[in-house]
Design a protein around this ligand. Structure first.
Ligand code: ACM
Ligand code: ZN
Length: 512
């Protein structure tokens, strides 16, 4: 049966059941009726599709035997059952009537945290695009949508507390000299609509304000929050920027508290992402206030200053009853508050820190850039690689119970429109959805691709594009071409300063 993610067990019982406009749907939640009415039905045999709350050891069970019965302890489980049924209906649909095989399905997820991230800063994507994404994420039982809302290139939420964020940190005039302005932000009404639409489909929307790095947006709007107080413009290039929030300026914690209070009210999610990745310490090293604080606290290195900063932000979040999420660099201070969940995205110097933290009880979810970053071309992270990746293979077997799940992030430096977004996201995010839900021994790539065509048909019905599975696994020559093109774009050879830095670094190495 063509269901993605693959359910735990399906027992066929012989015979068929029709689903049509003569099927009476009875459900405690209206969204199920709406979701199942996604195509036009003709009348056939009268029967019922009943969704009931009751005792079961599974997330949901479905019995199809002339009528349809979906059972779960929770409305969320009933919704998951409805998404399975929706796929069965689409698969069996012909001329207005769906023919379903009689069966008994028992299903439950492997991981509790199944997530997709969209960066709406590097390029802005509006309410309509986000809501369309939620249709597909919920169809494959992804239950978190992480929105990256602030960065060096802008701030993407309406702010009444700091209107200067919208006035000064919205539109960048150009990107790498192209002369094309990029701006836009979600209004409070937009967020309300997105959150309500997601909530109805049991998708939790997690906001991310990346701190203390990736914060040029704040220095542009409020220059006093930086170490130098200079007035900057939004970044018109990508990459890591050393202009970050001053950790030694006490007023900054007040600014952050006010901003977090505003955002926490907009997003009911228990999780709140505070970033913490890629924090160059060069400005902190030169800053009087930052160094005074270092001395006062007795810190021996600037990682500890980041740890201090992050823990203060976490204390603010605690007042709002929020669980923090941080990128894995935030672990390197060795003093991160225990309540923070770590999003593991990159190896390197932090690999041991990540493994140790997991062993010592740190909750974590896996977003390893190879292969889960969906901005990377298919030539680097191809569909097969994404599907076959086993999240627990990153670790040494200790602390595995602390892995909450998986997330595939889609950064948008090179994703300027919705069509490209869909091709980067799908079907790779659907492969990650199966890894998040289906037990690893129950997964098989060939079988996945066969089942996938049914879901891709639903994407077409929703007018959502995707990369065809054959193109999503390019051959070695195409892969090499895509990889090199992406690498050159990332290296940003048009940035004279970056090129000069690289040459200087090379010279310095030679003279040593
Ligand atoms: C990241 O990719 N900098 C989290
Ligand atoms: Zn400073």
């Amino acid at each position: 049966m063509n269901i993605v993610p693959k359910p735990l067990s399906i027992a066929l019982s012989g015979g068929e059941t029709l689903f049509s406009s003569a099927t009476k749907i009875v459900s405690p939640i209206d969204v199920i009726v709406k979701e199942l009415n996604f195509i036009d039905y003709e009348k056939a045999e009268e029967n019922t599709a009943v969704f009931v709350i009751g005792e079961t050891e599974y997330d949901y069970e479905i019995v199809i035997d002339g009528n349809i019965r979906v059972l779960s302890k929770t409305n969320e489980g009933l919704f998951h059952g409805a998404m399975t049924l929706k796929q069965l209906v689409f698969d069996g649909y012909f001329e207005g009537v769906a023919t379903l095989k009689n069966c008994h399905i028992q299903d439950k997820p492997r991981f509790e945290y199944r997530s997709f991230m969209l960066d709406i800063v590097r390029h802005f994507f509006d309410k309509r695009t986000i809501i369309k994404l939620i249709d597909i994420l919920s169809l494959v039982k992804i239950n978190n949508l992480h929105l990256h809302l602030s960065d060096n290139q802008g701030y993407r939420l309406e702010s009444e507390v700091f209107p200067e964020l919208n006035e000064k940190a919205n539109e960048r005039k150009s990107t790498r000299g192209d002369g094309i302005p990029v701006g836009g932000y979600l209004t409070k009404a937009d967020v309300k609509e997105i959150v309500a639409y997601a909530e109805e489909r049991f998708v939790n929307v997690v906001p991310e304000i990346d701190l203390p790095g990736h914060t040029l947006f704040m220095l542009v709007a409020k220059p006093e929050t930086g170490c130098t107080g200079e007035q900057f413009q939004l970044a018109e290039r990508y990459g890591i920027d050393n202009r970050i929030l001053c950790a030694g300026n006490e007023d900054n914690y007040d600014v952050i508290a006010k901003l977090i209070a505003e955002i926490a009210e907009m997003f009911p999610s228990k999780y709140f992402h505070i970033g913490g990745d890629e924090v160059p310490k060069t400005q902190w090293q030169k800053c009087e206030k930052c160094n005074e604080l270092m001395l006062k606290e007795g810190f021996e290195n600037y990682e500890q200053l980041q740890g201090y900063f992050t823990n203060r932000v976490i204390n603010i979040l605690k007042k709002h009853d929020k669980t923090p999420i941080v990128w894995n660099e935030a672990l390197y201070s060795n003093m991160l508050d225990d309540s923070a969940v770590c999003q593991y995205w990159a190896d390197g110097k932090g690999a041991n820190a990540v493994r140790n933290a997991l062993k010592n009880g740190r909750k974590m979810f896996v977003s390893k850039n190879f292969p889960y970053y969906l901005d990377y071309p298919h030539g680097i992270n191809n569909l097969k690689r994404v599907y076959k990746f086993e999240p627990l293979s990153c670790f040494d077997g200790q602390g595995e119970e602390n892995i909450l799940g998986v997330e595939s992030p889609l950064w948008t430096e090179w994703v300027a429109d919705e069509e490209k977004l869909h091709h980067q996201a799908f079907p790779r995010a659907i492969a990650v959805a199966e890894t998040g839900w289906t037990e690893k021994d129950n997964k098989n790539y060939k079988d996945f691709v066969e089942r996938l065509y049914n879901v891709l048909g639903i994407l077409e019905a929703y007018e959502i594009g995707y990369e065809h599975p054959t193109k999503a696994n390019p051959n070695i020559f195409k892969a090499l071409g895509q990889g090199l093109k992406f690498l050159f774009a990332m290296l940003d050879l048009g940035d004279r300063k970056a090129v000069k830095n690289a040459i200087d670094a090379g010279k310095a190495r030679k003279t040593k």
